[in-house]
Design a protein around this ligand. Sequence first.
Ligand code: AHR
Length: 319
Amino acid sequence: MYKKVKLASIISTLVLSATAYSAEMTVGFSQIGSESGWRAAETSVAKSEAQKRGIILKIADAQQKQENQIKAIRSFIAQGVDAIFIAPVVQTGWEPVLQEAKEAEIPVFLLDRNITVKDDGLFMTGVAADSVHEGEVAAQWLIKQQDGKPCNVVELQGTVGASVALDRKKGFLDTVSAVPTIKIIRTQSGDFTRSKGKEVMESFIKAENNGKNICAVYAHNDDMAIGAIQAIKEAGLKPGKDIKIISIDGVPDIFKAMMAGEANASVELTPNMAGPAFDALLAYKKDGALPPKLIKTESVLFEPESAEAQLELKKDMGY
Ligand code: AHR
């Protein structure tokens, strides 16, 4: 009898302490949506990183709209969450809602994109790559490939107003501008999606002598590059050969395309943005430690030689 009572009490203590521990910290995550393979991986990694640390993660999908993100943030404030993570769809327009979070004493963490605010005390830190550098890495790859040969580039930009689209454009443009033989002949947004990437590439091909004037595609993400590859094939050209493909993210499908000889290089962006943000949050809650304003992730360029190994590695990364 004593043993049974004792066991029941141990079990209930364990259940209670597990509940108390997980209830200790709730994070609201305003996610942009699921526009790309990378984005879906970031969401899935965020869930598993939260679980590893016993944190309750509430995710709100904004379907690519800033107004939905603002609503979600207000709802997280009303719920009294311990912290708010935001992957900001665009760079501007965040001041009022971040001020509300500050007044409610809820720390805000930015994931994978930057914002422009007058007072950077409105957020605790951002976990992101240097997107200007990503564009530079892509441009340097192309310059090396061309080795002085002329090249007309078409650019598929990300979402209009997104920091990563502005910065990836700047990094690439500034770098190729120093090489007069490389020219960006067309540039348009494909909104980071495969379908828009394909649609925009089709229009570029039509406008440029059925694609024959185009030497390379620079896509701000792999999904748009994959859409472009499809458009190139439908136009009777060979992607990766007739038209070089360079993009950003390092998602499994781009490595598959490299293995098929249809893509040439991708600058990897880790989908694990939430892990470092959770660590910074826990350190802050524990002893008030303030993280740096930017927790920078790496930007490594991968080419077809490493595609198979990369594909294997991605299996453990939420893809
Ligand atoms: O902000 C990161 C970018 O957003 C990724 O490169 C892209 O795939 C995503 O949609």
